[in-house]
Design a protein around this ligand. Structure first.
Ligand code: HEC
Length: 159
């Protein structure tokens, strides 16, 4: 009896896994309509190593982004990433926070680093990258409201 239940459960799980593969996932790369004025080719190269998959329309969709339910998580990160900051869009969004996000270690997302070892920056690369980002995407005045309120969104450790 227990064996039979186990077998049926296995079949149901396998069937569900197969069925969810047919749910469409948006993996679009819309046209690039913006040209970034990079301060240096190194900054651009590091951005493409560590950030562009989620913050441009030039996403390289990895093989696992074709396997549901992992695909949902990947597509969600890209969608959300582009919504906040997209170098391919005429309005780049929160680009002025790029240097700060790297400096504070919020970006790239830790999830991403598990599958993308090339996105790991050495401490030396990181400090050059931060300087490059701050030149390319100048930060707004830092003593704004955000600093005082302590910017809680990230600290929940959700990403
Ligand atoms: C795996 C996808 C992913 C990668 C890679 C990634 N980001 Fe993000 N990024 C996100 C998501 C999702 C958000 C929106 C949610 C949030 O703020 O945590 C975001 C938000 C941002 C924001 C907006 C700030 C804010 O508070 O919302 C900036 C700026 C940013 N990222 C910069 C970067 C930079 C620079 C890199 C490369 C070092 C990078 N990101 C790499 C997914 C990513």
């Amino acid at each position: 009896m227990a064996k039979k239940i186990l077998k049926i459960t296995g079949i149901v799980i396998a069937a569900a896994f197969i069925i969810i593969q047919f749910i469409p996932v948006n993996r679009d790369n819309p046209p690039v309509v913006n040209n970034v004025n990079w301060d240096s080719p190194e900054t651009k190269a590091m951005f493409y190593r560590a950030c562009a998959d989620c913050h441009s329309n030039e996403t390289k969709w990895p093989w696992y982004s074709y396997i549901t339910p992992v695909s949902w998580r990947v597509a969600d990160h890209v969608k959300d990433g582009r919504k906040h900051f997209n170098i391919s869009a005429s309005d780049m969004g929160e680009s002025h926070e790029a240097g700060e996000e790297v400096e504070k270690g919020y970006m790239p997302l830790s999830d991403y680093l598990i599958m993308h070892s090339e996105a790991k920056l050495t401490p030396e690369e990181k400090s050059k990258f931060i300087a490059g980002l701050n030149k390319t995407f100048p930060p707004k005045e830092r003593r704004g409201k955000k600093e005082q309120t302590g910017e809680s969104e990230h600290e929940k450790g959700e990403y």
